[in-house]
Design a protein around this ligand. Structure first.
Ligand SMILES: CC(C)(COP(=O)(O)OP(=O)(O)OC[C@H]1O[C@@H](n2cnc3c(N)ncnc32)[C@H](O)[C@@H]1OP(=O)(O)O)[C@@H](O)C(=O)NCCC(=O)NCCS
Length: 368
């Protein structure tokens, strides 16, 4: 019996030792791979073809935001717009295998002379070799070329980055981009089913109710005298525009993208993205419910001149949750809200912010 135990211990020790040796070998191999810098000839820049590259982009998407990357929702739109609004869709191809190793997109913003950089992705097998820097450099060069030839009506490039995404911040700053704005995010709930997904505060069908109660409770205990007046729904882009102008709002954030406020932009937003605008005395919010890879998400941006913006944000927030509940039942899986800087501390005080991050808005002048 003792012998058997000793043997077993021996087997465990040997197995553990072999496992350690194997793990060390794997680590050494992967460290070796990590330090190899891809030379320029290992990869080539390509313009993506809608049909040919879908699978490659889907593969890239599967590694980001816990496999719930938004980029496939936008895939069609990268290829389907008219010439003045055409996106530039760059890829990085591995010369040896032909695999799609990286992706980057420039989307001209309608009614604005700005192009938004979006969807920077590098396949995990090819990360740490300077491909993101290279995609950024080549995209800027391509934008300058097209601007000079009159193909691209864009003066500035914008690039939105989460402050915690160190690699992305390096890419932006490495190309000389400067932070023009920063915007805090309200993360309302953790995603229980997918703890790796830090992107959105996911809420399940039941959590909407809990969250709503949380908010009501927080707002009531914050100031017992405050009531929650109904919000008006603004119906035309002109109405929204005049309110935004009165509030001194110059840049409109929607769907992670900044737009200079204009009737044209608002018209396009409401038409193309089916946005609704809600207003209160001192605030305005624009929101939409759109499909996500595994359900529906509600995206809201709030603008406020309220003396206590937290109260106004919460009013709008509660109203949006009610809209989600009423119109979408239990189907809405996520709620995302961006809001004015001034509301940040007050929201934290209320205990509604469960997770904090900021979006940095980098800008580059193409003429400099
Ligand atoms: C962000 C991403 C595109 C970077 O791609 P990459 O090809 O590995 O980046 P690069 O090799 O060009 O490195 C860029 C810089 O970031 C640094 N970096 C790379 N990975 C990093 C990490 N995990 N943490 C901190 N810094 C990192 C590099 O050292 C380099 O710094 P340098 O300027 O001092 O040279 C890639 O990690 C990715 O696809 N991530 C998931 C999607 C994503 O976050 N996209 C950006 C959304 S805005």
């Amino acid at each position: 019996m003792k012998r058997m135990v000793d043997d077993n211990v021996g087997i465990v020790v040997v197995t553990s030792f072999l496992t350690l040796v194997a793990a060390a070998a794997v680590r050494a191999r992967s460290m070796k791979t990590r330090t190899i810098k891809g030379s320029d000839e290992d990869y080539r820049t390509i313009h993506l073809d809608k049909d040919k590259h879908y699978d490659g982009v889907a593969e890239l998407a599967s590694y980001t935001y816990g496999g719930h990357d938004w980029i496939l929702n936008e895939y069609e739109s990268w290829f389907s717009q008219g010439s003045s609004r055409s996106c530039i869709v760059l890829g990085m191809e591995c010369v040896r295998t032909g695999a799609l190793a990286g992706l980057f997109v420039l989307r001209p913003i309608p009614g604005d002379r700005v192009g938004c950089l979006e969807a920077l992705r590098v396949h995990p097998d090819h990360r740490g070799r300077g491909l993101a820097h290279r995609l950024q450099r080549e995209m800027i060069a391509e934008a300058r070329r097209r601007k000079q030839s009159g193909e691209l009506a864009v003066d500035k490039l914008r690039y939105s980055v989460y402050d915690e995404n160190a690699a992305s911040v390096r890419v932006a700053e490495g190309s000389g981009m400067k932070v023009a704005y920063s915007y805090p995010y309200l993360m309302v709930a953790e995603d229980e089913h997918n703890p790796e997904n830090e992107f959105l505060g996911r809420i399940g069908p039941n959590a909407i109710q809990i969250l709503l109660d949380d908010c009501l409770h927080a707002i009531q205990s914050f100031d017992k005298k405050q009531t929650l007046p109904p919000l008006n729904t603004l119906s035309s882009p002109e109405e929204v525009f005049s309110r935004l102008k009165a509030m001194g709002v110059e840049v409109l954030y929607q769907d992670w993208k900044p737009y200079a406020t204009s009737v044209d932009n608002l018209g396009l937003l409401t038409e193309a993205k089916n946005h609704t605008a809600l207003s209160s005395k001192d605030g305005l919010s624009l929101g939409t419910i759109r499909p996500d890879n595994r359900g529906k998400i509600c995206i809201v941006t709030h603008y406020s001149t309220h003396s206590d913006p937290a109260m106004d944000v919460l009013r709008h927030f509660i109203h949006w949750l009610q809209i989600c509940k009423r119109e979408q039942g239990g189907e809405v899986t996520s709620f995302y809200c961006s809001y004015p800087e001034a509301a940040h501390l007050a929201l934290k005080r209320l205990g509604i912010v469960r997770k904090e991050k900021a979006q940095l808005e980098y800008i580059l002048d193409l003429d400099i």
